[in-house]
Design a protein around this ligand. Structure first.
Ligand SMILES: Cc1cc2nc3c(=O)[nH]c(=O)nc-3n(C[C@H](O)[C@H](O)[C@H](O)COP(=O)(O)OP(=O)(O)OC[C@H]3O[C@@H](n4cnc5c(N)ncnc54)[C@H](O)[C@@H]3O)c2cc1C
Length: 307
């Protein structure tokens, strides 16, 4: 029996591991569009903060561990077409061109979700080069880290105050950035009741995060000329963000200077997860230290078979 899983994150790897567990003789192939199988996406904010000191430490298992568990990994390989009648999966490789087809008996699709790009005027066409980021994958993470490390920006605006937005407020505050958090609904963490959300908001504000709840971001403008090296945010609902990309030359006047002194830390963070005791995820450090240059994000394919 040949099982093929498309997707190398929680769903795809869990399916592959379980298949080998219940059918040790099964041939299992995992097709992964990127080069980061079995990475902790949930741990990304803690890498951004500097608490997880190297991106490789986000890996739950190494490539070798996964192969030793009996699966064949095809990294940088994208599933393009399923031929159900012929039980054949069509793939392209890293260059997007080389076609390949893999026969399967069982197929598991674990390709995750796509981040929503909210309908904000001006957002289309903006991306990491403009200092505008979505956060979903390791590649997104490396883009965020490049912006942080290469621009030395002192401030960030986070659109959304769900749990990922809150984790990023913590992470960026921990790095010493001035964080502004915008939430359309009347209170932060809108999936819980408003009373608890108010407590969370008080913690955010107590640690220097400027929270604007009940605030709908309508438009982002890239300023023609940079007076402030940051965003202008007013205490109004239906915000227009006059926005200057943070990629200015050093010394550009900064409205939102990094805060001096000990970095803040939101005490709302849960105690270290049991995983924090493993070498993969290290416990929270008491204060921010810059991520060493040797830990800069990779520029090329980062995960070798020997890693
Ligand atoms: C910043 C952040 C923090 C989070 N924190 C938490 C948390 O604390 N707790 C929690 O429970 N959840 C958390 N989540 C959510 C959690 O990470 C996701 O629920 C989980 O990653 C979903 O796993 P998945 O395998 O379904 O999909 P994904 O993690 O999205 O993985 C999709 C996989 O499919 C691959 N893929 C996609 N298309 C193709 C294709 N055509 N061919 C081949 N491969 C393809 C991708 O390369 C990837 O390997 C967090 C998410 C983010 C972004």
């Amino acid at each position: 029996m040949h099982m093929v899983a498309i997707g190398g994150s929680d769903a795809g790897i869990s399916a592959a591991l379980r298949a080998r567990e219940v059918a040790p003789g099964a041939e299992v192939t995992v097709v992964v569009a990127d080069a980061y199988p079995n990475f902790s996406i949930c741990g990304i904010p803690y890498y951004v903060s500097g608490e997880v000191t190297h991106w490789r430490n986000l890996a739950h298992r190494t490539y070798s561990d996964l192969e030793a568990a009996g699966m064949r990994l095809r990294l940088d390989t994208t599933a393009r077409k399923v031929d159900v009648a012929g039980r054949m999966l069509h793939l392209t490789g890293p260059d997007g061109a080389a076609e390949d087809a893999v026969p399967y008996d069982q197929l598991v699709i674990g390709t995750g979700a796509v981040p929503v790009r909210p309908p904000i005027v001006g957002l289309d066409g903006l991306g990491p080069a403009d200092g505008v980021h979505l956060l979903h994958s390791m590649d997104d993470t490396f883009a965020v880290m490049r912006t942080l490390e290469e621009t030395g920006t002192g401030s960030a605006v986070i659109v959304g105050a769900g749990y990922v937005g809150l984790e990023m407020a913590d992470a960026l505050s921990e790095r010493g950035l001035a964080v502004t958090q915008l939430e359309r609904l009347p209170e932060v963490l809108p999936t819980v009741d408003a009373g608890l959300g108010a407590l969370v908001r008080a913690q955010l504000e107590g640690h220097g995060v400027a929270v604007h709840a009940g605030t709908d971001v309508k438009r982002i403008d890239i300023a023609a000329t940079a007076i402030y090296h940051g965003m202008t945010v007013d205490e109004v609902s239906d915000l227009d963000l006059s926005y200057t990309p943070p990629l200015g030359s050093p010394g550009t006047p900064s409205r939102w200077a990094p805060r001096p002194g000990p970095a803040t830390r939101l005490p709302g963070n849960p105690p270290p997860h049991p995983l924090a005791q493993t070498p993969a995820v290290r416990p929270r450090r008491p204060r921010f230290h810059p991520v060493p240059a040797t830990h800069s994000p990779p520029r090329g394919p980062p995960l070798s078979r020997s890693s």
